[in-house]
Design a protein. Sequence first.
Length: 161
Amino acid sequence: MTKRTRRTYERKIDEPVAITPIEYSGLQEAYDHFNRELFEGLLPDVFITYQRKANSLGYFGADRFVSRGIDADRHELALNPDGFVGKSDKEICSTLVHEQAHVWQHANGTAPQRGYHDREWAAKMKAVGLQPSHNGMAGGRETGQHMDPFYHRRWCLRGEL
């Protein structure tokens, strides 16, 4: 009989809960849910990370992660946990979906020539139920380098978490 070793994230009942698998498994579940419900399962596997990048709630980086275990690069989708403070689950998920629209564009559309948020990205955002706006207000510009983090006020997703 072989001895089963306990993984570092497996805890005995009286040990504190490990935060890493809880946080990252929740992000992966949300990514998979929105991929299935909003993007028709067209998004590739990405490496989801938490990154504290100033003045940003998140970002997408194409082919940024190289694994030692697989023979392929992976895209990085990063979320800034500092941006979660005081935000609802709906607001955090809208940031995730915003970044997933970048993943969709990279995998299924055309890479933007100018500006991080172009017309193709804005059209996909609207198609999945989010209204892009540079200032978070109705009538704001839908394209440009920076989008206001509160564009999600017009959330109308089906199948919310």
